[in-house]
Write a protein that binds this ligand. Structure first.
Ligand code: GLA
Length: 685
């Protein structure tokens, strides 16, 4: 791809030798064409525009803040990043060459290796080295690849970059992670410089995209959606709302319900007391003036909660530290009014900050956290928890609450330490159906943070919840690796990630790092990739998600494939058509809610593209063809990689459209950061 490399390098070297190539900083204005070329260091660009998953890019330092060093060689300047990292640059017509040295920074050899390994439960040093710390550096000019490095690993000597940029308008620098996870991918662009005569390179935002609603409009004909299996605990109050779309009024019927349960034909709500252990195959029916739909629902009683990943909403991503009764009611009302409830969305969950905070002077959250008998007290923003739960239940929805096993929650409100049974009882009395239990302030309460001791707080609360005789889903929120054993301490779901954000770096970094964890997922126990970052988000002032439309399709598709709990994080009262389309596509949701309960795994990858597949109960495969790269790519799924053979039908799930039959493989062009979510069904012989 280089044009006349010798000439440009020659001019550059001569310039340097004559002292006419001066270093230009980001603050300098453009170089006048005809002037002798100047050197613009990459580190002088606005690195705030560089996208990366972990930590922040560093000018003239490694991402860990140390002097840049690759295989023992030190570099005075450059940019330390953490793969995957991406920087878009407008060259403004003036750049002639880009030169650099690339490699993995030496800081990832011990002690960092050892620190990172501590969280890689169950993996030995060699294994971790093998799967992590592999980066491919890529350079694109106007959408075409100009250069790529070999797979760079810790300890490998720096690779020289020398790329001709004449005629190129937009440059994109990528450090792509090739490992199983991104740990150790400390990627350096060392001594990285542009040789400039004319317009000066400028970091820019990636191109904007049009938001296209792919989900077809809802039919007025009746259709029963959502999970086809529902679990409960023997003797608990039973609550299930048949999710059905179609014109109202609608009448509901159910055949084969266990004794003790009854259906309200006008609302489609099934209620009563959960039967003794067993499984009932129930036939549900929904009718309106246009027709009738039937669907099967297996009701399973025993210790059988969350047989499909929980679906709902949570206050945190939108209201942060200031949830209140009115906001939660408004969310529940909107969940019902918007019709999301008809697609299976169920839980309305209050996150942190509903409790009192001992240290607060603000009367809306201050006060004694517990009453004279030790019972947890909601703060003044939640005047009547029982009434709130009743309101949520009255809409056919369920309610969730939050606590921590420590003295305090993550935001410093009262935690459950020493009051687990009492708190579980209180949640049950109020009417809650879901508990997010968040590991905070626990290190202050136990000297021994061994695995054994880490498990105790979770197991204590699980036991307390089980004692309530109420179907309370137990969700662990913990950024350390609890997934290998969380099921054993009685959890229904557990976080496998740090806190999600509405950036591509976060979605990409979380979503594509879940491979291997599928071994612990299944009905009743799920890996949780954290909450959706689509729609109007905020904390304080609300704003739309920063994810592009394609990134949002990737986010929802991947979370569905990964069988993650689906918790909407946005303001439900402000759902635009695009966001609603993302959340109300029944064929996409069906991937997440499939009764077999498999979690997708990565079946193929090639540089920027990945194929993830999930085995479905009917023998078909839900497959995500993903493009993590910066430009459109062709992505292909091969039957051999997903355990199929011969002729198979392919369906586009977002558009709910058949794509015809393919033999052996199927390929689709996928946009930047986008996905094609398809279902492949082997043709019946
Ligand atoms: C942690 C969790 C978040 C949220 C906050 C609340 O950071 O990971 O999801 O619950 O605490 O303080």
């Amino acid at each position: 791809m280089k044009r006349n490399p010798a000439n440009f390098l020659g001019a550059f070297l001569v310039g340097v030798a004559l002292g006419v190539a001066r270093a230009l900083s980001a603050a300098d204005t453009a170089v006048t064409p005809g002037d002798a070329p100047v050197v613009v260091p990459l580190s002088s660009l606005d690195l705030g525009r560089l996208l990366q998953y972990e930590a922040s890019p560093q000018a003239n330092k490694s991402v860990g803040g140390r002097p840049l060093s690759i295989a023992g060689r030190k570099f005075a300047t450059g940019v330390g990043t953490h793969a995957r990292s991406v920087l878009w640059i407008d060259l403004q017509g003036g750049s002639q060459r880009f030169v650099a040295w690339v490699g993995i920074d030496d800081e990832v050899v011990p002690p960092i290796v050892l620190r990172e390994l501590r969280s890689a439960v169950g993996k030995g040093l060699e294994e971790s080295r093998r799967i992590n710390g592999r980066v491919m550096f890529q350079i694109y000019g106007d959408g075409k690849r100009l250069w790529k490095s070999p797979a760079m690993q810790p300890g490998m000597p720096a690779e020289r970059v020398d790329v001709d940029l004449v005629g190129i308008r937009t440059l994109v620098l990528v450090a792509a992670s090739l490992g199983e996870a991104v740990n150790l991918d400390h990627a350096d662009w060392a001594d990285a410089q542009f040789l400039v005569a004319g317009g000066k390179p400028r970091a820019i935002d990636p191109p904007r995209e049009e938001a296209r609603v792919l989900t077809p409009p809802e039919s007025p004909h009746p259709r029963i959606n959502g999970a086809r299996v529902f679990g409960t605990r023997h003797g608990s109050p039973f609550r299930f709302t048949i999710p059905a779309t179609g014109e109202r009024p609608m009448r509901f019927a159910a055949r084969g319900l266990p004794r003790g349960l009854s259906l309200d034909p006008a609302t489609g709500r099934i209620a009563g007391v959960s039967p003794g252990s067993g499984r009932w195959e129930v036939v549900l029916r929904a009718s309106n003036r246009l027709g009738t739909a039937e669907s099967r629902l297996a009701i399973v009683s025993g210790d059988a909660l969350a047989l499909t990943p929980p679906m709902g909403w949570n206050t945190w991503n939108v209201f942060g530290g200031s949830p209140d009764d009115a906001k939660v009611r408004a969310a529940a009302d909107a969940m019902a009014r918007s019709g999301l409830i008809d697609h299976g969305w169920t839980y309305i969950n209050i996150d942190d900050c509903w409790q009192r905070k001992h240290s607060a002077t603000n009367p809306s959250v201050g006060g004694a956290p517990r009453d004279g008998e030790g019972r947890i007290m909601p703060n003044a923003r939640f005047p009547d928890m029982k009434a709130l739960c009743d309101h949520i239940h009255g809409l056919g929805l369920k309610a969730g609450i939050y606590s921590s096993p420590g003295l305090y929650t993550c935001q410093g409100h009262a935690g459950s330490l020493g009051h687990e049974e009492q708190d579980a009882r209180r949640y049950a009395e109020w009417g809650f159906d879901y508990l997010k239990y968040d590991w905070c302030y626990t290190s202050y309460t136990a000297d021994d943070v061994s695995l054994h001791h880490q498990r105790i707080p979770w197991a204590t609360m699980a036991k307390a919840l089980a004692g309530t005789k109420r179907d309370i889903v137990f969700s662990l929120s913990e950024t350390l690796d609890v997934w290998p054993w969380a099921r054993e301490v009685g959890a229904n779901c557990w976080r496998t990630t740090g806190d999600i954000q509405d950036t591509w770096a976060s979605i990409d970094g979380i979503g594509f790092n879940q491979n291997g964890r599928e071994i612990v997922a299944g009905p009743g126990h799920w890996n949780d990739c954290d909450m959706f970052e689509v729609g109007m988000l905020g904390g304080g002032k609300l704003r739309p998600t920063r994810l592009t439309p394609n990134e949002q399709y990737t986010h929802v598709s991947l979370w569905c494939l990964l069988a993650s709990p689906l918790l909407i994080g946005c303001d439900l009262a402000q759902l635009d058509d695009f966001t609603r389309g993302l959340l109300a596509n029944d064929e996409v949701i069906a991937v997440n809610q499939d009764p077999l309960g498999r979690q997708a795994r990565r079946v193929a990858r090639d540089e920027n593209v990945e194929v993830w597949a999930k085995e479905m109960e009917d023998g078909s495969r839900a497959v995500g063809l993903f493009n993590r790269g910066e430009f459109e790519e062709r992505v292909e799924v091969r039957w051999a990689d997903i355990g199929l053979a011969g002729q198979a039908s392919v369906r586009d799930l977002w558009r709910q459209r058949d794509l015809g039959e393919s033999v052996g493989s199927h390929a689709i062009r996928v946009p930047r950061h986008g996905v094609a979510l398809i279902r492949i069904q082997r043709r019946a012989r």
